[in-house]
Write a protein that binds this ligand. Structure first.
Ligand code: ZN
Length: 545
């Protein structure tokens, strides 16, 4: 019997914040608490403490399922948990010693357990590891690990552990430090760190916090890298867009799932406009690039006589039409002029894949420095020959005059932002004849026969189709509902089917026998089908049929 439930307020990858209810007690998650008060059966549960690396025969003969919450799960056991359950993974502290297994076990456990369960890791949370535990999908913890540190005379902070004598050094001024209680300090430090992590989940910047926190522990960096290598596991769980700026400040940033997803879609879904002349341009600090001073000058020189492709770290290549789309319009990266070897290898690889798939008669490099270097590496790799309109100072008058001259006699191409965005976002080759454009970039509205079909969402930079717009998207991104007219958001129990390519935050069309509706997915398509409760689609407009 399910005795608990969870209401998610905000998700970011595997991390969630929200409210968990157990019997009559509500707890804000992520949380640290006296778990035995919440789950009295923990006091009497025997043999839930099976090592993660134990052999299968041992695990099967000793595991006990008594029907109580939390439900013990183990990488080698069949999943006994149902939607709404609290699940417990014992001995998770030992996984930190084996980063590769940490990720292997995590993936196995997450894939076989319903997504709408809350996750408890007993005896493991410390101020220094809470970030990675929550990032990898654990929701609540107890004070056991910090209390053990107290017994050992260890002073805990998010940055690491110190001897108890550090309490008097002024590092912390909590009540525990003021009154000489190490136990109170260590518990307060854990509570404070979890409150901070919750804030970062809510502002969509947990990854940035984790990249910063993990620097103090080799095992945390290793876990992050192993998890980034599990793209097919992490990608469906990552939101399609976030609010705010994506800070790309560490060596791990280039492996972020959003960055790899952008490159994957660029080299698989995206359809470029019909032209055979391309110009490679440098990026700008201001986003979207078009509103920057340098890009206004580039665009004036190009005058629509070539397809504009922006060479940038870490995304690789951003076609002009995709410049608003998350994360192309939302990243910040330290600009030093130096591109390291891994950056060059990854980015030239993306550019080479793009040009191997999309052939042009002429590719003009209007670049300098690292961007020029990666373009040249890519040209060699995919067997194309670059022309050069400059090798330094691309915004200078001379370089721009050269660019203008290089394009003399080339035909003007039509603005086809809508076509490019539709191919990237919905995987379709939209016929954009007859469309008119109004609005002030980047807030653009696309209409046909005076009927609005699409607009660009200025927060995510993605397209927002109206119901008339959805009529032009033949399939995909649909959520099928039962025979009812939704009143407000569509909830999980009402969902009959959902396209598995839907990601959290995607624009979707809700289709039912009695109504259709536009809205935004609150869950990935796969999780709409694997969950039992919660909001599936935040509805914008409903039309009875
Ligand atoms: Zn303190």
């Amino acid at each position: 019997m399910t005795i608990s439930r969870m209401e998610i307020r905000k998700r970011d990858g595997l991390a969630r914040s929200g409210i968990m209810t157990v019997h009559d007690t509500t707890v804000k998650i992520p949380a640290v608490m006296d778990t035995e008060r919440l789950f009295p059966s923990l006091m009497s549960t025997r043999l839930s403490n099976i090592p993660l690396s134990a052999p299968e025969g041992f695990v099967r003969s000793y595991s006990v399922q008594n029907g109580d919450q939390p439900v013990t799960i183990h990488p080698l056991l069949d999943n006994p948990a149902q939607s709404g359950d609290c699940v417990m993974v014992a001995n998770w502290h030992t996984a930190f010693h084996q980063p590769r297994n940490y990720v292997n076990w995590l993936v196995v456990l997450k894939e076989k357990t319903p997504p709408d369960t809350t996750w408890y890791a007993p005896g493991v949370a410390l101020p220094a590891n809470a970030h990675i535990l929550i990032y990898t999908g654990f929701d609540f913890f107890d004070f056991r690990a910090v209390d053990l540190k107290t017994a050992q005379g260890i002073f805990c902070t998010p940055e690491g552990e110190f001897p108890k004598t550090m309490m008097e050094s002024g590092i912390c001024s909590c009540e525990g430090c003021r009154t000489g209680s190490l136990k109170m300090h260590n518990q307060t430090a854990l509570l404070g760190e979890i409150a901070l992590i919750t804030r970062f989940i809510e502002q969509g910047q947990l990854r940035e916090l984790v990249e910063s926190r993990c620097r103090m522990h080799a095992s945390h960096v290793a876990i992050l890298r192993h998890l980034d290598n599990r793209f097919t596991f992490t990608e469906p769980r990552a939101p399609i867009a976030r609010g705010g700026v994506m800070q790309v400040n560490s060596g791990e940033s280039i492996n972020r799932v959003e960055i790899r997803r952008f490159a994957e879609r660029l080299t698989s879904r995206y359809i470029p406009p019909k032209t055979d002349v391309a110009v490679l341009l440098p990026c700008s600090a201001k986003k979207p690039y078009s509103i920057s001073w340098s890009h206004r000058r580039f665009q004036a020189a190009v005058a629509n006589r070539a397809h504009e492709l922006i060479v940038t770290s870490p995304l690789g290549l951003v076609p002009r039409e995709l410049e608003t789309i998350y994360p192309a319009g939302h990243y910040d990266v330290p600009v030093t002029g130096y591109w390291d070897a891994e950056e060059c290898a990854v980015i030239s690889g993306i550019i080479a894949r793009y040009f191997a798939r999309n052939r042009y008669r002429r590719v003009i490099a209007h670049l300098e420095g690292g961007a020029l270097k990666v373009a040249e590496m890519a040209a060699v790799a995919c067997g194309i020959t670059l022309e050069y309109s400059c090798r330094d100072h691309p915004t200078g008058d001379e370089a721009l005059a050269n660019l203008d001259l290089a394009l003399a006699g080339e035909l003007r191409i039509k603005d086809n932002r809508l076509h490019g965005m539709c191919s990237y976002q919905f995987g379709i080759d939209l016929d954009t004849r007859g469309f008119s454009v109004r609005g002030r970039f980047p807030e653009i509205f696309y209409s046909r026969n005076n009927v609005q079909c699409f607009s660009i969402d200025t927060a995510t930079g993605m397209l927002r189709p109206t119901i008339d717009g959805w009529n032009l998207i033949p399939d995909g991104y649909r959520v099928t509902i039962d025979d009812f007219v939704p009143e407000g958001d569509v909830l999980v129990p009402g969902v009959e089917n959902a396209d598995p390519q839907i990601r959290e935050g995607d624009e979707v069309l809700v289709v039912g026998a009695r109504a259709i509706a536009t809205g935004r997915a609150a869950l990935p398509g796969g999780e709409m089908l694997r969950s039992r409760r919660g909001v599936a689609v935040r509805v914008r407009k409903i039309k009875r049929v």
